[in-house]
Design a protein around this ligand. Structure first.
Ligand code: 5AD
Ligand code: SF4
Length: 482
């Protein structure tokens, strides 16, 4: 073999390939690690990877797993797309997310012309849509590996296929077949981590594509979740974010059903764990048991991300959200009465089909009554295949723009008012990083998720400090450690 030729992957003997997971993937990782050693020798340099994540925390978590597999093979992380393996983990929740991805795939094609060792892969929610796959096959033929949301665990196997056949590999599963545990994962931070507790969604809110691209609800077994968190804490993690599209439905479909509140109570007992966060609970089934559990917990952060979407009962019904404006406000009052220091954050959509000025005013009214500490605000984006896409009364972009800017200023106002309330208090802060702007300062997060900058050093990172909030700068504080 000439030294310039690409190393062939080790031959695979079908009878040797394990049929069960995660052994099967471990097998492919070993074969590729062997291939990688020869490639490094041929190229006289390490082979690099870059994973670019679009979208939500679920995707960010999936990306950590994908990076874990690539690192197990022997790839080394690169900061930019000038790498030997570039993977886009895509989002399709709003139209502009899709457009951004297409623009960037074109750029990847140019990079590939310069680096003949480069491989390009696409995964995530966008890949579950047939029109996207058709477009990739037709217009972006240089993409090497494409898979969806249900088989991210198969990355090593699909990459092996691509290298051994020298052909593009497409593997999109329509449904989730199984939950694969115990694959490698690469953590972005050493002290905080996201942990999936369930996958998929059964709610079919009329605007939302997620149930179509992430499938039906599946919960992980409590013991797998507890083991993962315990293991993480053994490696220095003190804060976890439990992830699911609708965490209040956790455990309902398990062989031995268990509530989300019970799961939280079990997690609370993990000794080295200091902080527990979760997202996202659906207002329609947030139980008294959960409010009680938050109230009685020393570790669950007193912050609730509770997506409102709209404050108008009429629009909420069209959205298929299954609660009214009054239900939402009652729930917030109940939580505030039980946990006086609790803060609320939310998601809001402006310009849903048929939204009138009166409906929009209801949204503003709820924002002011609840006093959100922050809100993710979105302009309604029509997603083909969802129920809302064919509804009459789509709102003109000019009206949406106008409402959106009014919404932003109202949210800014409530956020500032909420932030001021903590001024002068001394609270726990988990230090996350050195302050980028001011040397000799560190940046950390309060239990309510707001940022605090205060004098400190590298040794504080990953530790919880008591910090007095001296100055409120709108959405963050300047503080002083005790
Ligand atoms: N248009 C605009 N926003 C949307 N979201 C979900 N689907 C759409 C859509 N079609 C928002 C919701 C959800 C968040 C993750 O994204 O507010 O809570
Ligand atoms: Fe989408 Fe509604 Fe499910 Fe959230 S609860 S993922 S908004 S369908």
């Amino acid at each position: 073999m000439k030294r310039t030729e690409i190393t062939p992957v080790p031959v695979l003997y079908q009878e040797e390939v394990p049929m069960t997971e995660p052994d099967r993937q471990a097998y492919f990782i070993t074969l590729l690690a062997d291939w990688m050693k020869h490639e490094i020798e041929r190229l006289q340099r390490p082979m690099t990877y870059h994973v670019q994540t679009f979208g939500c925390q679920m995707n960010a978590k999936d990306s950590e797993k994908l990076a874990g597999i690539l690192e197990a093979i022997g790839y080394v992380e690169a900061d930019t797309e000038e790498a030997d393996f570039v993977l886009y983990n895509t989002c399709t929740v709003r139209e502009n997310a899709n457009s951004r991805v297409y623009g960037r795939i074109g750029y990847l094609g140019k990079l590939k012309q310069k680096n003949t060792n480069m491989r390009i892969a696409m995964c995530g929610c966008m890949m579950q849509e047939t029109h996207v796959i058709d477009k990739l096959k037709k217009s972006y033929r240089f993409v090497d590996v494409v898979f969806g949301t249900h088989n991210i665990y198969m990355l090593a196997e699909l990459l092996y296929q691509n290298i051994s056949t020298r052909k593009s590999v497409f593997d999109i599963k329509e449904k989730a077949e199984k939950i694969v545990e115990d694959l490698p994962s690469s953590l972005k931070y050493s002290f905080k981590a996201g942990v999936n507790i369930m996958y998929g969604c059964n709610n079919f809110c009329s605007y939302c594509i997620v149930p179509y691209v992430r499938g039906r609800e599946r919960s992980r077994a409590p013991k797998d979740i507890i083991n993962e968190i315990t293991e993480l804490t053994e490696h220095g993690v003190v804060e976890i974010m439990l992830l699911g599209q609708n965490v209040n439905s956790y455990g309902k479909t398990l062989e031995e059903p268990i509530s989300f509140a019970k799961l939280l109570q079990m997690i609370e007992k993990i000794e080295k764990l200091k902080r527990i966060r979760f997202m996202t609970p659906h207002p329609k089934d947030l139980s008294d048991e959960l409010i009680d559990t938050i109230k009685n917990s020393a570790k669950i952060c007193k912050q609730l991300h509770l997506p409102l979407q709209s404050g108008s009962t009429r629009i909420l019904e069209k959205m298929n959200r299954k609660y009214t404006k009054e239900d939402y406000l009652t729930l917030v009052e109940k939580a505030k009465a039980a946990i006086p220091e609790i803060s609320f954050t939310t998601d809001i959509i402006v310009g849903f089909p048929g939204e009138t000025e009166e409906d929009f005013n209801d949204t503003i009214d709820v924002i002011e009554k609840v006093g959100f500490a922050s809100a993710y605000t979105f302009q309604y984006s029509k997603r083909t295949g969802t129920a809302a896409a064919t509804m009459s009364g789509q709102i003109s972009p000019a009206v949406v723009e106008q409402r959106f800017s009014r919404l932003l200023s109202v949210v800014q106002n409530t956020a500032e008012q909420q932030a001021k309330k903590s001024l002068g208090k001394t609270q726990e802060v988990l230090v996350e990083e050195l302050n980028i702007q001011t040397s000799g300062y560190v940046t950390g997060r309060l239990s309510n998720n707001l940022l605090v900058h205060f004098p400190g050093g590298k040794e504080d990172i990953g530790h919880i400090k008591m910090v007095t909030l001296k100055e409120c700068k709108g959405f963050y504080y300047m503080g002083e450690a005790e």
